[in-house]
Design a protein around this ligand. Structure first.
Ligand SMILES: [Zn+2]
Length: 687
């Protein structure tokens, strides 16, 4: 019974999709994230409740009467249960003793309670309480070492006391659930709350199920899931409903104020007067529906934008997001997938500027983009709403001008945009450039200007300062270039824009200036590689490969030239070696990524030297099946990011035996012994 939970994939922030394995044999799995619905005597007497929730995946029960075999084993045999008593630890032990058989069965796990009547106590008293509680908990964990448990963690508003629990959690492997009883009660304490969240990720087994209990309302759900919570205890709704509060997600509204019911659930149907008796049903349904929305968005939409949107009207939530983006990037980047498939990424404003996938993108462009040696002119262009930019009306017009010059491949186009910054033309098809959207009013705020200007400086500094920079931008972009110009020595030529950048007059100016400046930077000889690498897709693939696998990768892989072949079915593009006709890789426009074949990976990392990034050493000579599990991993690089391609070496590191797409990142590998690590793309044949 050691294998109880598995992460199926990492999502943005610390969020993750997983499943609790109650019984592998019976295929009794509970999907996460999820909400836990309480079952009480009075709810069981309501037909509405039973008809509404009998198929729900996971419940809590607090009375031992529900442990009777008939209930859990027959009526609800396909649901998961958590047993949580409101009583003392002594009472819990008694129940445990008389029901050992039940708890050894497959669809229930008990949570060791931590109930003391008061919540406001001094730190000294809290410390003493926790230490005492830990001693008793330890006894139970030891006495019932073959049972799985959840442990209740209470900090009494002193988040630093969380550390006291760590040795216990590390020692007892039969702890499967961390029930955070009061950590999320007071979110104005956001810095400390985040410290606890980071501690859980950095110090503890990442296969522990994180459960949020306490004063949790629907409003907090999106953020809790973003913070890596797997299951949310909805018991607080019992209390709120008894106090006559109606949960509309945005607000908790006292029932006497309700005039218009914004819901047509079974509890809200009919007369307004009935709502008092049906309030709990409504609140539970609302919370469950909201959780379903979260699950839907986690997989099929850009979840991050939903977290931002739902945090806007709560200052604590928006502060959490800000601090996370700013101070926890180094933790979060190894949990956040490098790309999202077929999703529109809406940038809402300042809350979106430093989302982890945007930060990762900027970081990689700055680090991995290497100028083409034959560049003689840099042209700065405005962004377009349509993606990729090349498909937009304005960029088609720009290209019409640029392509009149046979020297076109010697021009480096840089597109200036908010909030991503500066995009070399070659990278316009990658995530998130291929899919972001922002409202454009022409007013850039100071932060946007700063992001773009800093990036522009970093990229232009890679070039010889004598390469002229032609700035073909509307007025609102000029502040960015002016701000960057202070730190640059290049000759920056500002094109005068007549009306719009797409007007004939402006385009004529562009043409005239290109003509004037294209030969200012003398190219002494035909630079190496410039003959076949100058076609647009070639230029793109070289830079995308550098972006994904590090500077110089493109040139190591595409040694004989390359023929891009569009595949009819998926709009994917196969990269075929011109000389050997071998498939080098496949570009997927949906994710903006190139997946390399083993042929390419062997070119990129010619043995005996091995990759120093994104690799895994496998415990054996050949990989079985289509999934790589943690148990098969002997060693790994410290830069693994979900969604990235990973190179898999054999035990002796003298052969690349496969490659895959990572499902989780370095942090997960560091802190787990079981679970799924990567989906295999290709395996070495013949062994
Ligand atoms: Zn309702």
């Amino acid at each position: 019974m050691s294998y109880f939970f598995e992460v199926l994939s990492s999502r943005i922030g610390l969020s993750r999709i997983g499943r609790i394995i109650f019984s592998k044999k019976r295929k009794l799995y509970v999907s996460t994230p999820n909400i836990i619905i309480p079952i009480t005597n009075s709810l069981m007497r309501q037909l509405n409740f039973i008809s509404e929730f009998e198929d729900h995946e996971i419940f809590t029960v607090s009375k031992d009467i529900f442990l009777k075999i008939g209930f859990i084993k027959e009526k609800f045999k396909d649901n998961g249960f958590l047993f949580m008593t409101n009583g003392t630890l002594n009472r819990f032990e008694e129940i445990l003793k008389t029901n050992v058989a039940v708890f050894s069965e497959d669809n229930i796990i008990s949570i060791i309670p931590f109930n003391i009547p008061t919540t406001s106590i001094s730190k000294e008293f809290a410390t003493a309480e926790i230490k005492n509680h830990l001693l008793n908990t330890k006894k139970i964990l030891k006495n019932y070492s073959n049972l799985n448990f959840g442990v209740s963690i209470k900090v009494f508003n002193y988040t630093e006391l969380f550390s006291l629990y760590i040795p216990l959690i590390e020692e007892y492997k039969n702890i499967k659930i961390l029930n955070l009883v009061d950590i999320f009660d007071n979110l104005s304490n956001f810095r400390n709350v985040l410290r606890v969240v980071a501690q859980i990720k950095k110090d503890l087994d990442n296969n522990l199920i994180i459960m949020a209990s306490g004063r949790i309302t629907s409003k907090k759900f999106p953020m809790l899931i973003y913070l890596g919570v797997d299951i949310i205890n909805s018991s607080y709704l019992l209390h709120l409903s008894a106090e006559n509060f109606y949960d509309s997600i945005e607000y908790l509204i006292p029932i006497y104020k309700m005039r218009y019911l914004p819901c047509s659930c079974i509890g809200c149907k009919g007369n307004l007067k009935n709502i008092i008796t049906n309030l709990l049903i409504h609140n539970l349904i609302t919370a469950t529906n909201y959780m379903n929305k979260i699950k839907q968005y986690l997989t099929y939409e850009d979840y991050r934008v939903f977290v931002e949107k739902s945090s806007y009207d709560d200052n604590n939530l928006i502060s959490i997001l800000k601090i996370l983006d700013k101070d926890y990037f180094n933790l979060i980047r190894y949990n956040t997938p490098i790309s999202q498939k077929n999703k529109k990424i809406q940038a809402l404003g300042p809350s979106s500027y430093f989302r982890p996938d945007f930060r990762e993108f900027r970081k990689r462009v700055i680090e991995n983009f290497k100028p083409e040696p034959w560049t003689t002119l840099i042209i700065l262009l405005p962004c377009s709403a349509k993606k990729p930019y090349s498909d937009s009306k304005s960029h088609k017009l720009f290209h019409k001008v640029l392509r009149q010059f046979p020297e076109f491949p010697k021009f480096q186009e840089l597109i200036i945009t908010s909030p991503l910054g500066v995009i070399p033309r070659q990278l316009e098809n990658i995530y998130p450039v291929n899919s972001y959207d922002i409202s454009v009013t022409g007013d850039w705020d100071a932060e946007e200007i700063d992001i773009a200007a800093k990036m522009l400086v970093r990229i232009l500094k890679k070039y010889d300062r004598k390469v002229p920079v032609l700035c073909y931008l509307n007025e609102e972009y000029i502040d960015i270039v002016k701000s960057a110009a202070n730190e640059l020595e290049n000759n920056i030529i500002y094109a005068e824009i007549h009306g719009k950048t797409t007007s004939d007059d402006s385009l004529n100016t562009l043409k005239r200036l290109i003509l004037e400046f294209k030969d200012h930077y003398p190219i002494t000889q035909d630079r190496e590689g410039s003959n076949y690498l100058t076609r647009s897709w070639h230029r793109k693939f070289i830079k995308i490969l550098d972006y994904q696998f590090g500077i110089g990768s493109g040139q190591k892989i595409i040694t004989n030239g390359m023929k891009p072949i569009k595949m009819r079915k998926l709009a994917n593009i196969n990269l075929i070696d011109l000389k050997t006709k071998q498939k080098l890789g496949e570009f997927k426009p949906s994710t903006g990524q190139i997946f390399l074949t083993l042929t390419s990976l062997n070119r990129l990392y010619p043995l005996p030297s091995i990759s120093d990034t994104s690799y895994i050493v496998f415990n054996g000579e050949s990989i079985q099946g289509n999934t790589l599990f943690r148990a098969g991993v002997l060693d790994y690089s410290k830069d693994l990011i979900p969604g990235n391609q990973v190179v898999i070496y054999n035990e002796t590191k003298d052969s690349i035996i496969g490659t895959g797409t990572l499902l989780v990142g370095t942090n997960f590998l560091q802190h787990t012994q079981t679970g799924r690590i990567a989906k295999i793309i290709e395996k070495k044949k013949g062994n």
